[in-house]
Ligand binder design. Structure first.
Ligand SMILES: [Zn+2]
Length: 229
């Protein structure tokens, strides 16, 4: 394990609204939080097994992928990376024996390459709707947004190299085309058993999704593993 310490974003930090400049400077000094994080899903297995919903964990290119399966539909709990598109589609077709059109919604918790990178492509191929945080301004906007997007792509590539992964195309649009803009307390459209929770801190607009019925919360990169060197 290349990471040694695990910290959870605390409540105070979660309500700070970090500016892009601050995030950019953090990246410049090498605090590559995006690279050192891992998606996190808290779940009580007994509750999951008791219900009609089942969550599948899929090993993605540089992060884990969580797919919620229902009898008539599928929900992707985060937008994964561009390199994961084939993996997700194959999993739906070959492992679940379902048509890819069963994927009805993709939650994008935040805009980093390993959480938003596959969203547009999957939407195009499956017809799924993209669900993400309502915000008046794109995360990667303006000149510094362009630079930050490129930086995050570079960091994702760096992470993949460190993990020994073959080189894959990670490019994705820096402006997300959201079908359902949501905010704190909203149900996830078409999957009303999931509720949106605002959890800023990792970026200024992260969301988590909570399923009370199944005692399950997906917090994406809210759990941050910090490398100590
Ligand atoms: Zn992230």
């Amino acid at each position: 394990m290349r990471t040694r310490n695990t910290t959870m974003t605390d409540e105070n930090n979660a309500h700070k609204q970090p500016s892009k400049k601050r995030w950019l400077s953090l990246q410049r000094i090498g605090v590559v939080a995006m690279l050192l994080t891992s998606s996190y899903l808290a779940i009580r297995l007994s509750d999951q097994l008791a219900g009609l919903m089942k969550i599948h964990q899929i090993s993605g290119y540089i992060q884990q992928i969580y797919l919620a399966e229902y009898p008539e539909k599928l929900l992707l709990l985060d937008g994964a990376s561009r390199a994961d598109v084939g993996t997700i589609l194959r999993y739906i077709r070959d492992e679940l024996n379902r048509p890819i059109s069963d994927l009805k919604a993709i939650v994008v918790t935040h805009m980093h390459p390993d959480h938003a990178g596959a969203a547009h492509r999957l939407k195009k191929l499956t017809g799924a709707k993209i669900v993400s945080r309502s915000h008046h301004k794109a995360w990667y906007s303006g000149a510094d947004g362009i630079l930050m997007h490129l930086t995050d792509l570079f960091l994702a590539r760096y992470m993949a190299n460190r993990m020994g992964k073959p080189k894959r195309n990670l490019w994705y649009q820096r402006k997300l085309k959201v079908d359902h803009a949501v905010t704190e307390g909203d149900p996830v459209p078409m999957f009303e058993d999931w509720q949106v929770i605002d959890t800023p801190g990792h970026t200024d607009r992260d969301i988590s999704v909570y399923n009370a019925k199944h005692s399950t919360v997906y917090v994406a990169d809210l759990m941050v593993e910090v490398k100590s060197t």
